[in-house]
Design a protein around this ligand. Structure first.
Ligand code: FCA
Length: 331
């Protein structure tokens, strides 16, 4: 009896050992890819990377999540990935002009590259069309922002002549320019006076840089009581909204509409009292992360070339419908 027990235990032990060796083996055979993002602390990018990991678990490939907040960090991340046996990476670069340098390094290692959100540009500033890309349809999403602001101006019964627009711009990033250009065009179409639009150029794409850009513009234009705010993303619109609060404007005098539909917006909509952050055009960061990771995986494992350029769309999310939209977009 005792003997049988010991034997069973031994047999079980080696079976477990074999099984775990087997799974180590399987993991080593798995395709490995990197997923590098420019702002790893932002909710949009956290969700995107998590979605990439999740699709890897489903389809059987390994995703290494890395941050690349500047050129040096990106190149180190690529070296690192190569050392770990990764065969390619998805990247949202910290500066789109790093495209040629990043591709150089990737080509040295024979790694495949897909860009997400921010598309590389070459030395003449043209999009690097040879690198498969998936990103927002910037101009259209911008128009949705402008339309939402125009509708809310009307709903509040404001006279557009007495409303100022704070346009937080980032001219270094083509998708940012497309988004704010789209919003401007929609506002002008709705009859908003061009002379009431004031630029606040930001150095980055986050809340802090938008706050710093917005504050001086508000004090220079102290004669306006009603403000609308738009920018490339909701983090930046939130920076603008925080600046209006600090300046002393009441929430009902401010209409900010962002872009992304990430945790930053959910936190704002969950506050007990509404703020000047009226809404955001939500895009599925889950889909961006999943699709690009899967495309790269199929490129590596099945030699299936990803689409050259995929443009995604958005839906307006406000305090009223955010939970519903969040669910619809799988966020
Ligand atoms: C850019 C912005 C992000 C997000 C992404 C889709 O990278 O900085 O906030 O909007 O495009």
């Amino acid at each position: 009896m005792q003997l049988t027990k010991t034997f069973t235990r031994l047999a079980l032990g080696s079976a477990i050992m074999l099984a775990s060796l087997g799974s180590v083996q399987a993991q080593e055979d798995e395709v490995k890819i990197g997923f590098i993002v420019k702002k790893p602390e932002q909710a949009w990018f956290i969700n995107e990377q998590q979605a990439a990991t999740a699709v890897g678990e489903e389809l059987g490939f390994d995703v290494v999540r890395l941050s690349g907040e500047d050129g040096q960090e990106v190149l180190t991340a690529i070296d690192n990935l190569y050392a770990q046996g990764a065969e390619g990476f998805v990247i949202c670069p910290p500066d789109v002009r790093l495209g040629p340098a990043i591709m150089n390094r990737a080509n040295q290692y024979d790694m495949k590259v897909v860009t997400v959100d921010d598309q590389f540009v070459n030395s003449s500033g043209e999009p690097m069309e040879g690198v498969p890309h998936l990103g927002m349809s910037g101009y259209k999403i911008g128009q949705q922002v402008g339309d939402a602001i125009a509708a809310e101006i009307e709903a509040r019964g404001w006279n557009p002549e007495e409303v100022a627009a704070l346009r937080i711009t980032n001219n270094e990033l083509p998708t940012a320019v497309e988004r704010t250009d789209g919003a401007t065009a929609a506002l002008l179409d709705a009859g908003f006076p061009e002379g009431n639009i004031f630029d606040a150029p930001q150095q980055n794409s986050d809340t802090a840089s938008a706050f710093s850009a917005a504050s001086p513009v508000l004090s220079q234009r102290g004669d306006y009581e009603h403000w609308v705010i738009y920018a490339l993303n909701e983090e930046s619109v939130l920076g603008g909204v925080r600046a209006t609060e600090q300046y002393g404007l009441a929430p009902e005098d401010v209409i900010g509409v962002g872009i992304n539909g990430s945790g930053a917006a959910f936190a704002e909509f969950s506050r007990d009292n509404p703020t000047g952050f009226h809404g955001t055009v939500a895009v599925s960061s889950t889909m961006h992360g999943r699709q690009t990771a899967e495309d790269l995986y199929r490129w590596i494992s099945e030699d299936k070339q990803p689409p050259a350029n995929t443009e995604t769309s958005g839906v307006l999310m406000t305090r009223e419908n955010w939970q519903e939209v969040r669910e619809d977009l799988g966020l």
